[in-house]
Design a protein around this ligand. Structure first.
Ligand SMILES: CCC/C=C/C(=O)SCCNC(=O)CCNC(=O)[C@H](O)C(C)(C)COP(=O)([O-])OP(=O)([O-])OC[C@H]1O[C@@H](n2cnc3c(N)ncnc32)[C@H](O)[C@@H]1OP(=O)([O-])[O-]
Length: 399
């Protein structure tokens, strides 16, 4: 009941509380009851000054502190609580009454002293906080070569950062994305966002991942590549918080197929969505062989995954792969304002809801991922795939 009373109190307006000078809490420890005369030097003037200072506080000190202030104020001005106990369902009044009553026989002098001390500590904490605010709010996660990872406003942003290579995903980036997701799963953020630095979201798998491999090594490299891919896609399947893609530009290959594993996808109108698997002698991954037909229906999924159809952002949105498309000129501003609002929602509620939605399909998704990786291992050893790669490197062919 105390907890629910406090949650009702949470809705009390802080200004109003200040106006009526309702203040403070609960356990004034016994030390206050044994104050010496020397410590009881708070004059009526100091007490009144504290009341004025309290009105200048900018930040809401929280319900517990407000109840403490309320109780001490009442004790200081009226003495011990003698009013009748409010009914159980009058949560706000009852929480205030409980706080005041908990002060027992604390003297009015001591209550004034405690009230003044508490206000002074709140003022000091606020001005210390203001000084701290001058340092950058955004915290940057070091140690990444191919990503920029930051946390700000309860959002962990994972940004592909190889703009001169159109953010192509090399082996290092695959591993770093896995680590960044693991870190984001455990950090204080409420949501995680994946986006690209520069003009591209990402051009997908770095085709150099397959170059410079001796023929005798091909099998081993294909097997290791598939293991890495399986772990990579698995980390998206298992990610426990809401995961949002902010598709700032063209997206190719695996960066498109993975979108089915995001909770929300926002795109600039400059974004395109291209999965040129058959052109590359390869096959779909990222659970797209299962999720794309579910998202957009088989006919449309077939055009994309079999016949390399490139979608505009508007087309991807109409098919349900993208939630919303924004004009490129306002994309960042609009999307980040929205994400900031999402990230202020209750963190645990979002996480359990996300997990509830994902858990229905998790086993199936891992099975699909395994199967797709198995097929790809074979594809990477095929002549069709090798010829496509040779063509890319010979003429730096463009899609
Ligand atoms: C593992 C699971 C299976 C995954 C499947 C997939 O993702 S399938 C999808 C696989 N993805 C593809 O098939 C896409 C292949 N890439 C392309 O078709 C084109 O590069 C483009 C259309 C992305 C951009 O054309 P543009 O004329 O605007 O720019 P530009 O070409 O001058 O590029 C600038 C530099 O970036 C380089 N680079 C870019 N992307 C890649 C890459 N993926 N790889 C390697 N390098 C890449 C490019 O070589 C160049 O390097 P340079 O010469 O400066 O040393």
């Amino acid at each position: 009941m105390a907890a629910s009373a406090l949650s009702f109190v949470r809705n009390l307006c802080w200004r109003r509380i200040c106006e009526i000078r309702q203040v403070q809490p609960v356990c004034i420890p016994s030390v206050h009851l044994h104050m010496t005369a020397a410590t009881m030097q708070v004059s009526q003037k100091d007490f009144e000054k504290a009341q004025e200072q309290l009105k200048l506080l900018k930040n809401d000190p929280g319900n517990e502190t407000k109840l403490k202030l309320y109780a001490l104020f009442k004790q200081a001005t009226e003495g011990p609580c003698n009013s009748p106990k409010p009914g159980m369902l009058d949560f706000v009044k009852k929480a205030k009454w409980d706080a005041w009553n908990s002060l027992g026989s604390l003297s009015q002098d001591n209550a004034r002293q405690e009230y003044t001390k508490l206000v002074s500590s709140l003022i000091s904490a606020e001005s210390a906080g203001k000084k701290k605010d001058t340092s950058p709010k955004e915290s940057s996660h070091g140690g990444y070569e191919t990503l920029i990872v930051t946390t700000d406003n309860n959002i962990t942003k994972i940004m592909f950062n190889r703009p001169d290579k159109k953010n192509a995903i090399n082996h290092k980036m695959y591993r770093e994305i896995i680590s960044a997701l693991q870190e984001a799963a455990k950090d204080d953020s409420t949501i995680a966002v994946v986006t690209g630095n520069g003009e591209y979201y990402t051009s997908g798998n770095d085709l150099n991942n397959f170059s410079n491999v001796q023929p005798s090594e091909m099998k081993k490299v294909a097997k290791e590549g598939a293991e890495l891919l399986k772990e990579f896609v698995g980390s998206f399947i298992d990610f426990p918080k809401p995961l949002i893609a902010v598709v700032n530009g063209p997206a190719i290959g695996i960066s498109v197929t993975l979108l089915g594993l995001f909770d929300v996808v926002y795109a600039s109108d400059k974004a395109t969505f291209h999965t040129p698997f058959s052109q590359l002698g390869q096959s779909p991954e990222g659970c797209s062989s299962y999720l794309f037909p579910k998202i957009m229906g088989s006919a449309k999924a077939n055009e994309m995954l079999l016949f390399n159809k490139k979608l505009t952002a508007a087309e991807a949105c109409a098919l349900g792969l993208v939630n919303e498309v924004f004009p490129d000129s306002t994309f960042q501003k609009e999307v980040w304002a929205r994400l900031k609002a999402y990230a202020s929602l209750p963190k645990n509620s979002l996480a359990v809801s996300k997990q509830l939605l994902r858990n229905m399909e998790k086993e199936k998704l891992h099975a699909v991922n395994s199967q797709e990786c198995e097929v790809l291992t074979e594809r990477w050893l095929s002549d069709e795939c090798l010829n496509a790669l040779v063509t890319f490197f010979q003429r730096k062919s463009k899609l």
